[in-house]
Unconditional design. Sequence first.
Length: 162
Amino acid sequence: MSHITAYYQLQKLPADIKKEWKIKSSARLDCTRHFNLLDDKPLNQFVNRKGQMYFYCSAPENYVTAKAKRISDIGLTHGSKNLSSIFIPNLEYSEYGYGDYGNDCLLFKLSNDLSSIDMFLIKNGKHLKKQYFQQFIDGELDEEIEQIKQQAMPFFNYQKAS
């Protein structure tokens, strides 16, 4: 059974591409590849007028006021919009996290230095996010993830600045 309905590969761009596109932030992660089974584009509000989708990776204390129990480890924001907090509940598997966006579940695979994040969206999975997270770290979604990654397409062509 297919669970994952969209995939986004977020990466820090190489210095030469950042320079060409006048990107100065070291916290910026651009969507370089994606796959979407949905008719709609759930993260469309995060695409700028050039057609780029990117997020800033930051500590949640910069923008979240909540009880300490609910504060996440990392947050993904875009300007004044918050995509999701990333919770890392098991430090033995600190490369895995989860969050939510609207009614959707988000699962995250993080590089150690946060230079890349694979983000998987499960439509209407918000209320089962902890269960999906357990399947994620146990490898039960690995085959599905591999198939989706093989079908992923470039999100934006960074080769030619306008």
